[in-house]
Design a protein around this ligand. Structure first.
Ligand SMILES: [Zn+2]
Length: 441
């Protein structure tokens, strides 16, 4: 299960090395950052210390775009950022300031991001409590075809990547790998996979004055007769693993965590960036829709009665104060001495029956479920289970009871919710509810 809250680094850490394309000695320093910062590069080699925010809007299309990812804001750029970003995103670090004294991060020792991962893990990951993580949970597939590459993301609990490569070069060939991406699997299965390139491309790039910092120490080079490096591959399918690493780096351009299963056939940086743009626009659409939905609905008693089939004396919700569709709802019940149940429960010392507190909580939860379907009048909510009920404090005439329910999980039409009933700021009751939407026959 992913952390619910945002994360950053516990302390600053640095790595020094040589940049791949320009061959300059460079130091990169990863620093803790406040919530909602995301990743921001700071060019410390420039007097004004310009910042370049990591987001897909700041991707610059340059000639060698197919081989590396370049970000730019105003007049300043950073190149070849995908491996650094992959390490941060793969370790589920949400916020970091990345200071760099050049326009390109150093090539990690040994040609893979394992050395970045090592220092980042040494720095430690700090949880920023009370700051919920931005996560986009895929509920409907998103796909892209782009010059022979295909990318799709489908619903999944967690982040999973499946990747197929198919090179017309026998030393690479066809490779496929499917993996749940967690900080641990990223560290052991993905981070060690080195950059690879074809010798004929290396020659062409060198002629353009690029890859000055490239050598057989930091990349696997494939020539006409196979792999030119002396040391063996780290995995038989090291190439597809590195493609997964690049893809994770490009997913970091989303600016939020992705919950879904990403399936790629033959994608590279250019197609990954297009795919990230598409996912981001779907995300922005869903956020706008949710916000509009919130504004459009006034949840007074008339609305409550449109959604809930209950009536006097069994309607136990007066008002809905907040709703985040499919996630959370806050409802209100004003308890007065005129409630019919006080006549017998108990004359002289009226207390709201505990089972009715749970019933009221269930009705508030039911409102959240009805809100998730287009035509609520076609549906009924059946409660399948009530667990872990605790009554903490009696509810009496004059109390205003605030029910807060949070969705814990949805499987098909079955939902699990956790509810709390508050009177003022004290918990009066709590319970876990399982409910199901059933079509009216
Ligand atoms: Zn790469």
């Amino acid at each position: 299960m992913m952390n619910r809250f945002q994360t950053t680094l516990d302390r600053a850490v640095s790595v020094t090395g040589v940049g791949l394309h320009l061959g300059k000695e460079t130091t990169i320093t990863f620093k803790p950052a406040p919530p909602d910062t995301g990743y921001v590069f700071v060019r410390t080699d420039v007097e004004s210390r310009p910042m370049i925010k990591v987001c897909v809007e700041n991707v610059r299309m340059i000639e060698e775009q197919a081989r590396r990812t370049t970000l730019g804001e105003n007049y300043f750029e950073v190149h070849t950022v995908e491996h650094v970003l992959s390490a941060l995103y793969g370790l589920e670090i949400d916020n970091a300031i990345i200071e760099i004294d050049s326009d390109e991060p150093p090539e990690p020792a040994g040609g893979s991001v394992s050395s970045f991962v090592k220092v980042l893990r040494e720095a430690g990951v700090a949880t920023l409590n009370h700051h919920p993580r931005k996560v986009f949970t895929i509920t409907e597939p998103v796909s892209l075809e782009y010059y022979g590459a295909t990318l799709t993301v489908v619903p999944y609990s967690g982040l999973k990547v499946s990747f197929t490569i198919d090179y017309d070069i026998p030393a690479i060939g066809t490779q496929y790998l499917s993996l749940d991406i967690t900080p641990d699997s990223f560290t052991t299965e993905i981070a060690p996979a080195r950059t690879f390139c074809l010798y004929r491309d290396v020659k062409a790039l060198q002629e353009k004055g690029l890859i000055k910092g490239g050598s057989l120490d930091n990349a696997v080079v494939i020539g006409d007769d196979g792999i030119m490096n002396e040391d063996p591959l780290r995995f038989p399918d090291e190439f597809v693993r590195h493609k997964i690493l690049d893809l994770i780096g490009d997913l970091s351009l989303l600016g939020f965590r992705l919950e879904g299963h990403v399936i790629s056939a033959k994608s590279g940086h250019a197609s990954n960036v297009q795919f990230v743009k598409k996912i981001k626009s779907v995300y922005q659409g869903s956020v706008a829709k949710a916000q509009k939905h919130l504004k459009d609905r006034k949840w007074d008693i008339q609305d409550v009665m449109k959604l809930l089939p209950h009536r006097y004396p069994f309607l136990l919700v007066d008002k809905v104060l907040e709703i985040e569709p499919g996630k959370r709802i806050v409802g209100l019940k004003n308890v007065t001495i005129n409630e019919p149940f006080f006549q017998g429960h108990f004359p002289g010392s009226p207390i709201m029956p505990g089972v009715l507190v749970v019933e009221a909580m269930a009705q508030v939860g039911g409102l959240m479920l009805f809100d998730s379907v287009d035509d609520p009048s076609n549906w009924l909510v059946y409660f399948g289970g009530i667990d872990k009920v605790r009554f903490r404090k009696p509810i009496m005439p004059g109390d205003q009871v605030r029910f807060e329910l949070e969705m814990q999980g949805i499987r098909g039409r079955l939902c699990r919710m956790r509810g709390l009933a508050f009177v003022e700021d004290r918990v009066a009751a709590e319970a876990e509810l399982t409910a199901m939407l059933v079509e009216r026959s």
